[in-house]
Every structure is written in structure tokens, then in C-alpha cells.
Design a protein around this ligand. Structure first.
Ligand code: HSE
Length: 310
């Protein structure tokens, strides 16, 4: 069995506009890396975090990576194991791209490999959800499930957890732009209305079903028509500079659909190919530049494999 491993885990676009907490997909970049070594001294140690600008906690029980690795070892009755972890943040924190999820998933995938692959990717999801609970107060699965399983994933139910892998239309690309404004997931969750109108619920579940159908039918128009959110976006989009105009620009540049990635501030569009996706990110970045807002762009196919050993 191996004693040492380095793992990459992907960023994710949660919600996919209409599916708050129940839909998400993984992308090839950005993502995070975890290096893990087994040692003779029992216990989990987080040695170092690189690239977080001092923002993340190093304490074993507070950091989502070490805390979920500990939880996993307890579950498999291997608390005798010694683990040293180095986390390398390769993506922005608080960006709405599943930053905590990518770190946690890289750690869980690494320890599972080092222990001889005792659990499947799907079985690791509840452990990663504990990490999300630590990061934002609720163990939502719409980042960690696609980060672990790859592709598009539907969280059909939380209790009991029921995860469904959905097909990805060929050549589908994500155009993601992260404007450098601060939107912590915890705050972005607190601002959501707790009660919804029945007529809005009807619109929303029609769209979720439409999006899932569009993925199965390979119908890009149907996917685009379904990327509408009447519940969460109207509230959260206030935190994103010029959101309506960003949408207009994306749609004028042939986006299939456009919306907030996870809890924001990143926005994303789906596009029918890579060059369209690039044109969309360029246009959105140019606009943000005019507003004096720094931004980062990622153009990626949907990641089918989830975490990988590097
Ligand atoms: N579904 C979660 C939310 C994703 O929207 O709060 C957080 O990235």
C-alpha cells in the first residue's frame, strides 16, 4: 500500500441556476491539491496551507480537510493511523466555485486511496458534506457530490441521501467569471427568503425537471430555457455588480444560459463549444474592467472524472 499521495479535486458550479442545493457539475479547472503522508504517530495533522493568504484555519477540527479525514478514519475504525496533510489552495476562497468542497474532496479522496479504496466516490459524499457544514453551517451536497463523482449530479433527496449522476451533452463548455468582490456562502445563505409562493415553486420545479430532461435529451435549447431561478437569484444577484447586464452580455454572445455559480459572486454561462465560452468570458471580463473590478476567468469542459492522483 502507498504511504504518500498527491491529489487534485475540481471546482464545481452548484445550483446550476434553478436547482438550489440539488444540482451541480464539476469543471476541470480551477481546483485544489492535497499532499498526504502516512506516519507512525497516530492522529491527523494539517502541516501547512499554501495559497490561502492566511484565511483558513489550521486547527485540525476547524479545517474542513483535516476534520473530514478524521471523521473518515473514525468511521473505518482506523484512528490508529497517522496522517500529515499539506493543502495547496489553487482557487479563490469564497468565490462560489466550491472552494471548501474542492479541498475537502481532495483530502477524502487521498485518505481513501491510502487506506486501499475502502469506500466508493458516492460513499465519500456524506463525509465531505460534514466539511461543508463546518464551512458554511449547512452540509449541502451540490458541490461535494459532483466534485467526488464528476459530471452533473442531482441530489434527489437529502434524507436519505439519494444522488443521481446525469449525462453531459457533448462539447458543453462552462464560461466562468469570478469578480473579486466578497460574498461569503454563509451570508449568501442567510439572505434567502425562507418562504416561497406556490406559483414560484411551480415555476422552479418545472425548470429543474426541464434542465434534467435537457441533459438526458441532449437538448441545449431546453437546458437554456430551464436555467431560470425565481427564488434565489433575485435576492442574491444584488451582491453581484451589474448582474442583469452581465446576463445580457452573455446571452448576446450565444450563451445557452447564464446565472450565479453556487452562492456567488462567480457567474457562469453554459456554451455550445470552447470558442463561444471564451468569447463570453472575455466580454464579461471587459465589462467588469470598466467597473474597475478585477476578475478571473475559467473556461472548461464539464469534468467527468472527479478527483485524480497527480
Ligand atoms: N447550494 C449552495 C448555495 C452552494 O447556493 O448556498 C454554495 O456554493
Amino acid at each position: 500500500m502507498k504511504n504518500s499521495i498527491k491529489v487534485f479535486a475540481p471546482a464545481t458550479v452548484a445550483n446550476v441556476v434553478c436547482g438550489f442545493d440539488v444540482l451541480g457539475f464539476a469543471v476541470n479547472e480551477p481546483g485544489d491539491e492535497v499532499t498526504m503522508n502516512l506516519t507512525n504517530e497516530p492522529g491527523v495533522k494539517l502541516l501547512k496551507i499554501i495559497g490561502d493568504g492566511g484565511k483558513l484555519p489550521l486547527a485540525t477540527d476547524k479545517n474542513t480537510v483535516s476534520a473530514s479525514v478524521k471523521h473518515f478514519l473514525k468511521h473505518i475504525n482506523r484512528e490508529d493511523v497517522g496522517v500529515e496533510i499539506v493543502l495547496e489552495k489553487k482557487m479563490p476562497i469564497g468565490s462560489g466555485l466550491g472552494s471548501s468542497s474542492a479541498s475537502t474532496v481532495a483530502g477524502l479522496f487521498a485518505i481513501n486511496q491510502l487506506m486501499g479504496n475502502v469506500l466508493s466516490a458516492k460513499e465519500l459524499v456524506p463525509f465531505a458534506m460534514k466539511g461543508e457544514e463546518l464551512a458554511c453551517g449547512f452540509g449541502h451536497a451540490d458541490n461535494v457530490a459532483p466534485a467526488l463523482m464528476g459530471g452533473f449530479v442531482l441530489v434527489r433527496s437529502y434524507e436519505p441521501l439519494d444522488l443521481i449522476s446525469l449525462p453531459t451533452p457533448a462539447n458543453l463548455f462552462a464560461a466562468i467569471v469570478y469578480p473579486e468582490v466578497d460574498v461569503p456562502t454563509k451570508d449568501a445563505r442567510q439572505m434567502i427568503r425562507r418562504n416561497v409562493l406556490l406559483k414560484d415553486a411551480v415555476t422552479q420545479w418545472g425548470n429543474v425537471a426541464g434542465l434534467v430532461s435537457g441533459l438526458f435529451l441532449n437538448d441545449l435549447d431546453l437546458i437554456g430555457r430551464s436555467m431560470t431561478d425565481v427564488l434565489i437569484e433575485p435576492v442574491r444577484s444584488i451582491l453581484i455588480p451589474d448582474f442583469p447586464l452581465l446576463r445580457q452580455l452573455a446571452m448576446e454572445n450565444q450563451a445557452i444560459g447564464f446565472g450565479i455559480s453556487g452562492s456567488g459572486p462567480s457567474v457562469f454561462a453554459l456554451a455550445k463549444d470552447e470558442s463561444t465560452a471564451k468569447k463570453i468570458t472575455q466580454t464579461l471580463q471587459n465589462h467588469l474592467k470598466k467597473l474597475n473590478i478585477n476578475s478571473h476567468a475559467y473556461v472548461s469542459a464539464v469534468n467527468a472524472e472527479g478527483p485524480k492522483i497527480i
